[in-house]
Design a protein around this ligand. Structure first.
Ligand SMILES: Cc1cc2nc3c(=O)[nH]c(=O)nc-3n(C[C@H](O)[C@H](O)[C@H](O)COP(=O)(O)O)c2cc1C
Length: 186
């Protein structure tokens, strides 16, 4: 079994990374092979809103016209059995890198061809408010909305704040273990 962890943070030693690594520890204990993608270090343009009407190749073919790192990461996502989205809370919402990625992902998922390997894939989200600590629940709502539009089977969505990160690490670890054991919402 394979898991992909897609992080909106660029810091492999930051709070979002600590939360993601706790999920990874639970997955790894169950012999799940994990791969982490730090989106900010990749080249991912924002959607160009192609064509006069704003619908582009993505709607017709389920693929994006932009030649950057997006397609390769989507291939890795498709190849994984479960997905973990880890996001640092910015302004009570998604980080810019995760927003750019999910904005384009939901576009290609408009088309059945684009949803291949994504539809019904078990996914969890973790949103870490590492500053004042506010905005994680609102960020979870944003992440839930976009992942649902893409077609994921969202099996958990976990808000974390700086003040409860240490307390939540064991829960995140157990969630990873659970995700390996019982990944569907059935
Ligand atoms: C542009 C920006 C906006 C932020 N907005 C919030 C916020 O709304 N609430 C909060 O608790 N922390 C906020 N933070 C702090 C981040 O959530 C915190 O830096 C992050 O969780 C930890 O980053 P890391 O996991 O990449 O180390 C913000 C940080 C930045 C850079």
């Amino acid at each position: 079994m394979k898991a992909i962890i897609i992080s909106g943070s660029r810091n492999p030693a930051g709070q979002t990374a600590q939360a993601a690594q706790a999920v990874e520890a639970g997955l790894t204990r169950q012999s799940v092979e994990c791969e982490t993608i730090y989106l900010p270090v990749h080249q991912i343009e924002r959607c160009r809103q192609c064509d006069d009407n704003g619908w582009g190749l993505c709607r017709r073919e389920g693929a994006c016209i932009i030649e950057d790192d997006f397609a390769g990461i989507v291939d890795q996502l498709r190849a994984a059995d479960v997905a973990v989205f880890a996001n640092p809370v910015y302004y009570g919402d998604l980080s810019e890198s995760l927003r750019a990625f999910t904005d384009r992902l939901r576009r290609i998922c408009t088309q059945p061809a684009g949803r291949v390997g994504i539809e019904k894939k078990p996914a969890i989200g973790v949103c870490v408010a590492g500053g004042g600590g506010g905005g994680a629940p609102e960020c979870c709502a944003s992440l839930t909305k976009v992942l649902r539009t893409c077609g994921f089977d969202i099996v958990d969505m976990i808000p974390v704040r700086r003040q409860n990160l240490a307390a939540k690490l064991p829960q995140l670890d157990m969630t990873g273990q659970w995700l390996a054991d019982k990944p569907t919402s059935d």
